[in-house]
Ligand binder design. Sequence first.
Ligand SMILES: *Cc1c(COP(=O)(O)O)cnc(C)c1O
Length: 219
Amino acid sequence: MIKEKINELLTQLPTQVRLIAVSKTKPVAAILEAYEAGQRDFGENKVQELVEKQAQLPKDIRWHLIGHLQTNKVKYAASFVHLIHAVDSLKLLQEIDKQAKKNKRMQKVLLQFYIAQEETKFGLELNEAKTLLDSSEYQALQNIEICGVMGMASFTEDEAQVRKEFGELHAIFNELKASYFTEQASFIEISMGMSGDYQLAIEAGSTMIRVGSSIFGGR
Ligand SMILES: *Cc1c(COP(=O)(O)O)cnc(C)c1O
């Protein structure tokens, strides 16, 4: 079942879009089934769960931390995590940089933006991101690489609204690319789209979709 779902999704994806299989709350056996279908990118939203699963699974899996990250948890994942999707403060970036340095790594991250109508504490506004990127504190960081942006659209049936929000995230990406990252070839990622809205996200220029329940079933 999981294998079929993975293959079905992969046949729909344009080549520039990567599938992140979101395995949160699902057992190691389910992840292995997806792995055997050729899937290598997996997403978790809790550090402890991520660390426990990473220890038990093949080492060529690329682990994506997609959930909100507390500063005091960064150290547990810093030796292996492939991409941290939900960075929304300078303080968090500084801690990620510090832990990456200890592990002699360059840590790839995405900046999370607030695009939905819903009330949430997480995600930056464009102006906040600009302030962050302009700051000398950010410019002093040497072990992080910002590779793009991440966002979540409103949980709604209103397709026009979802398209509008994904379009906003794409526009934010373009603006940051032009103003801050013209020299950085690795600033290429727009992480948007989940089980309910990944088709709309792809149409709006997503490069990474984060799909959980469509692959592994409901949680
Ligand atoms: C759980 C989660 C997903 C996947 O959600 P599904 O609706 O199960 O596909 C994607 N992104 C984030 C940040 C999540 O927490």
